[in-house]
Design a protein around this ligand. Structure first.
Ligand code: ADP
Ligand code: ZN
Length: 753
């Protein structure tokens, strides 16, 4: 018997070992093992195969040294196949892909269940018993009485019991000595939602459109694996159309069929509100919901992971990496807000969570995918247009609520009217200001959106024009008034706020551009009686700040919420009737072919926060380019029009979804060397360029300097993405670059910066 092992943090190869007699039958495909490797006595690895024979002569093979988790297979064959597929597709080492599939705590078996002391009652005290004890030892009597409220023999956690009775371990031990109870340590799961009550929320009666969508999901669930009926469903539903209710009921159908469910949401919308909707639907029906996200402690992650692996959770909700949740018997994967860029991982393996979800569904025995969005990505909509996905639409809001009324404010005429020039940016146009005042009077709430943190986006000297730039990146430093510092939003570099220009020593330094801090300040001054709160990465550093602010907003304690994309998605507050988009142009002018798409999505999503209750919502979009197509299509809630114009542009310029891209970025501390290496790589790629692949010229990246490195890029295109990654792999494996030059390959990149 042999075991083929991928070793952690090793090169892209698999190694064979002998399975010693003690481990035969224990070690399986997917087990984590300890092996001797090179000079190391014990490295960790994953068994990916148990071949009967090995190409290496048996006497040369070393034996496995041991098994983690008692040999229990930690990775299913589906997950191993996914890792191999990712390595091939995204052009990275299998080991790198394996690392994404399995959380670190599980890989290393470094954490275990928390042990907690429990007490079990051995016999029930009578009233006489308690009365007698009360006279002699009142504390003991009280503790015994509290414990007797539980069933005989049932383990009860000691710590909360002692707190409740104000008793100590001495009291407990006395009762144990008298034979009333025994104590023992038991493993318990850490529950991040401990102590929270999830009230049952039964299914709602569906609208006709929702019912049609659910029917599509039902048909897919019952279709034969591999048949056309099993293809992914794209649920295109406007904001507030009740997509979540469709997800919930589709999942219930899967559960009815004895299967499990996985829900992916963008990290940013994994709010308590979202989790609560799933927990309160399923937990009262005895289907546990596990939650996976990046803020779990190692211990919590360990417990949630095993809860899923052991089949104790039937529904998993989580961010991107939850696509690798170790569910068995998976029946449905829901990807909410499938267009969101946070599904794309920006470090190797640079996978896209939505695409991996679709892949996983095809690898599982019998699984369907439901992709949902109010603003589908062009990639997904293209797949629907070509019939690869099935398109289902929810064109109306629930209860025939109207889509919010979109008003565009032309900032050019507004700045003329207010007599300003660009150095002093307009926060509130007159119309938006009037609208906010109106809402304050009516006790309705307002959301103000600006996708930029800080106070001012740059510090400029009006005399010599000097701009304060980051020492390590090619961007201006942002002024943070609360911290009283200059901060680089790319690398985190900080500097003191200068009192005069470092170049010409002039003291008249000007803070240009807008951030959320300044919006908060201006709004506070204009409406001194209103309660204004800010919600962005700076304001939300404390653990519960996010939840607290949302609760305060929901209960009406905040009138105006100012925020970044943190407030753009998924929030549902019926009393919000006004949304102001302070500057719609921010995303529009990035040097990126997706700028138009992103602007359309952002405007639609933010606008979707308005008018979710009885009263119609109103949205003000402030812009210097009010006639740009993305803004105009968003204004008319016209996805079809947007799709038509944008897909025309993409087809014409050979961009996704019509072709796949590979972005190669080289970085180096030395500009000349980086440039030279990029040119060399370009030459090598050009030799033997496979047919159907086109290669762009080497060029400095739009973000030319980042964290002290100079960056250069190459862009490749092809209809077949595997051609890109395979060609790149072959060339890169043969190319030796200086040590300080690093190459990153990004297949299907989201950002070209
Ligand atoms: P979306 O995710 O499409 O933006 P939601 O799923 O958040 O929309 O639904 C918006 C609101 O409508 C929620 O408050 C939800 O409870 C409610 N809702 C959804 N479906 C129904 C229904 N069939 N009947 C009544 N209310 C519904
Ligand atoms: Zn920087």
């Amino acid at each position: 018997m042999f075991a083929r092992v991928i070793i952690d943090r090793s090169a892209d190869r698999e190694f064979d070992y002998r399975v010693p007699p003690a481990l035969v039958g224990l070690v399986q495909v997917g087990s984590r093992v300890r092996v001797p490797f090179r000079e190391r006595a014990a490295a960790l690895g994953t068994v990916v195969d148990l071949p009967a024979e090995s190409p290496v002569p048996a006497e040369k093979l070393r034996p496995l040294a041991g098994a983690l988790h008692n040999g229990k297979p930690i990775l299913s064959t589906v997950l191993i196949t996914m890792a191999r597929w990712m390595a091939d597709y995204y052009c990275c080492a299998v080991e790198t892909a394996m690392r994404a599939v399995l959380p670190q705590v599980i890989r290393e078996a470094a954490v275990n269940y928390k042990k907690q002391l429990h007490a079990r009652l051995l016999r029930l005290p009578s009233n006489d018993d308690l009365a007698t004890l009360k006279k002699r030892a009142p504390r003991q009597a009280e503790l015994l009485e509290a414990l007797a409220r539980n069933a005989l023999g049932e383990p009860v956690a000691v710590a909360p019991l002692l707190t409740e009775c104000g008793a100590t371990h001495t009291t407990l031990n006395a009762l144990a000595k008298a034979g009333w109870l025994v104590t023992a340590a038991a493993a318990v799961a850490r529950d991040p939602y401990e102590g929270e009550q999830f009230l049952a929320s039964p299914p709602q009666t569906l609208s006709a459109d929702q019912a049609a969508a659910l029917l599509a999901a039902r048909e897919a669930l019952d279709a034969a694996p591999g048949s056309a009926g099993k293809r992914p469903i794209l649920l295109h539903g406007v904001t507030g159309s009740g997509k979540t209710e469709v997800y919930l009921q589709a999942i219930a159908l899967a559960l009815e069929r004895g299967r499990t469910a996985l829900v992916l949401v963008p990290e940013i919308s994994l709010t308590p509100q979202t989790v609560e909707r799933f927990k309160s639907r399923f937990e009262p029906t005895q289907h546990e919901v596990a939650v996976l996200h990046s803020h779990l402690s190692d211990g919590e992650r360990h417990d949630e992971w095993h809860k899923i692996r052991d089949g104790r959770a039937a529904v998993v909700i989580g961010a991107r990496s939850a696509v690798f949740a170790p569910l068995t018997n998976l029946g449905i994967i829901v990807v909410d807000e499938e267009h969101e860029n946070s599904y794309k991982q920006e470090e190797a393996p640079r996978y896209h969570g939505r695409d991996i979800a679709v892949l996983r569904a095809t690898l599982e025995e019998n699984c369907v995918v439901l992709l949902g969005s109010a603003t589908p990505s062009l990639e997904s909509f293209h797949n629907a247009a070509t019939g690869k996905y099935r398109l289902v639409e929810l064109p109306q809001r629930i209860d025939d609520r109207r889509m919010p009324r979109m008003r565009i404010v032309d900032l050019r005429t507004e700045s003329q009217r207010q007599g300003r020039h660009s150095a002093q940016p307009i926060v509130l146009s007159e119309k938006l200001r009037a609208a906010i005042g109106d809402r304050l009077e009516k006790k309705e709430q307002t959301i103000l959106f600006l996708n930029r943190r800080g106070f001012a986006t740059s510090l400029v000297c009006p005399v010599c024009g000097h701009v304060h730039k980051c020492v390590a990146c090619s961007v201006a430093l942002t002024v943070h008034r609360q911290m009283n510092r200059l901060v680089c939003h790319l690398c985190g570099h900080q500097a003191a706020l200068p009192t005069r220009c470092p170049e010409c020593r002039d003291p008249a330094i000007r803070q240009a551009g807008l951030g959320t801090e300044r919006v908060e300040e201006v709004v506070g001054k204009v409406f001194p009686k209103a309660v204004v709160r800010r919600m962005d990465a700076d304001a939300m550093t404390k653990k519960d700040a996010f939840r607290e602010t949302l609760t305060a907003f929901r209960t009406g304690k905040i009138d105006i919420l100012v925020g970044t994309q943190m407030i753009a998605k998924g929030l549902h507050f019926p009393n919000v009737t006004l949304v102001g988009i302070i500057n719609a142009d921010l995303a529009l002018h990035l040097p990126d072919f997706r700028a138009g798409e992103r602007t359309f999505q952002l405007l639609t999503q933010v606008a979707g926060r308005a008018g979710r209750g009885e009263t119609e919502g109103e949205v003000f979009v402030q812009s210097f380019t009010p006639f740009s197509p993305s803004i105009q299509f968003a204004r008319h809630h016209d996805f079809a029009g947007f799709w038509e114009q944008e897909s025309g542009f993409r087809a014409q310029c050979d961009f996704p979804p019509f072709l796949h891209l590979a972005l190669v970025t080289l970085r180096c501390p030395h500009q000349e060397r980086g440039k030279f290496c990029c040119e060399t790589l370009h030459r090598r790629l050009r030799e033997n360029l496979p047919p159907g692949v086109t290669l762009g010229e080497p060029a400095p990246a739009p973000l030319e300097r980042l964290k002290g490195h100079w960056r250069f890029q190459l862009l490749l295109r092809a209809r077949n993405p595997l051609k890109l990654s395979r060609h790149l792999r072959v060339v890169l494996e043969k190319l030796t670059l200086p040590e300080d030059v690093q190459v990153a390959v990004d297949i299907d990149p989201f950002q070209l910066l």
